[in-house]
Design a protein around this ligand. Sequence first.
Ligand code: ADP
Ligand code: MG
Length: 463
Amino acid sequence: MVQNPSFDQLQLPVDLYENLKSLDYHTMTPVQAQSLPLVLEGKDVIAQAKTGSGKTVAFGLGLLAQLDVKKFRVQALVLCPTRELADQVAREIRKLARGIHNVKVLTLCGGMPFGPQIGSLEHGAHIVVGTPGRIEEHLRKERLNVDHVQTLVLDEADRMLDMGFQASLEAIVAPIPKQRQTLLFSATFPEAIESIARNVMREPERVTVESPTEESTITQFFYPVDSEDHRRQAVGLLLMQDKAASAIVFCNTKRECQEVATELSNQGFSALALHGDLEQRERDQVLVRFANKSVSVLVATDVAARGLDIEDLDTVINYHIARDPEVHVHRVGRTGRAGSHGRAHTLYSDKENFKLRLLEEEQGIAVEREILPPASLLNDQPRRPAMVTLQIDGGKKNKVRPGDILGALTGDGGVQGSDVGKIQVFPMSSYVAVKREVVKTALQKLGAGKLKGRNFRVRKLGR
Ligand code: ADP
Ligand code: MG
């Protein structure tokens, strides 16, 4: 095994370096080894590495190396998706800063009273760590001055975008001097990150740390069915077998979509249909619930599923083999992304044999017939999704923002930030996903608490 590189290869200020030794940090983790030289040179850096890989130290050392403690102004701003993560980052930065005298690190998070935060801001700080909604609010009320920020960190950028903080991030970045270093950290790399990076970073260097198991794979299975009843039953069996948290069943027609979705719901699956006959509002809801993992099966036509940006599908099922081999490849390619292992199941009848041969020819593969799982599997109850969607009857038009929802949920005695999933705010309504275990508390907090000084109706969608 190759020894990890040591911190003494870096041009670190001596007090930071000595302190690392006292913390027992001797060698750098891979993401630190790749990003720290760039960070210390002052470059903008985008770093992608999985959770627990030591990203905080990578940006923490970077912003501390730049810091001028004698200037009592906010010189670094770190944005995190939740209060817990912000607290964790602030603790780690304080640890790293122990070698330097009097570094003041302040956390500013939603769900906490404003008074003490305003007091602390009046006393001043060198480094501010916080959640986007609250930081934006302090900026708007001119209590936080970012004129001297030289390092901006977007930590867990993918989570922040998931929680609907894109607009807040843009509002926060606008008043920060252009002459700054921007560091972006993320475990995954959806398209929305690229666009944020384009808007707020300057010629960023990319650092990607792949873990050895991260190779993505798709395994395809083909099953002959001898009747339409058999086909319908097969879908349930395959979903039961895969225990998929997210699966798409592709159908060729709208009617088929609706029928299959209804049948799956009757069997106890959390399944919704997505096709061209839905109204915009229904379509939004279906997509919200599937993307935030409170519905596990989407039954869709190819057209309706176009442009769907779902990263981690466990399973794709072709209810019929696609008319066109290219469409088949496209459907199957939606699973097995981002280092995961995907499964693609295709059902076909005798009448569809020629399409199968076409596929074999075009792809240069030999299809092997598989046997469906035993029918007894259907006696079990399907697994319920990990998340539940709460719908709030207030949205952008009511000035409701993601930070307000997160704050109301996690404020005193509320749920943990880690129990909150995607937040999406539409003009007239908003949706937030929470872990199934905390639904009751979440409903209470949202129902009792006020959003923008008002009580909005809140309800749980689905079972
Ligand atoms: P990430 O943000 O990538 O999920 P963290 O920055 O929270 O990961 O780091 C995970 C853990 O690893 C923390 O407990 C941190 O103290 C520890 N750690 C980070 N870098 C080092 C290092 N170079 N040597 C030893 N431990 C480290
Ligand atoms: Mg982290």
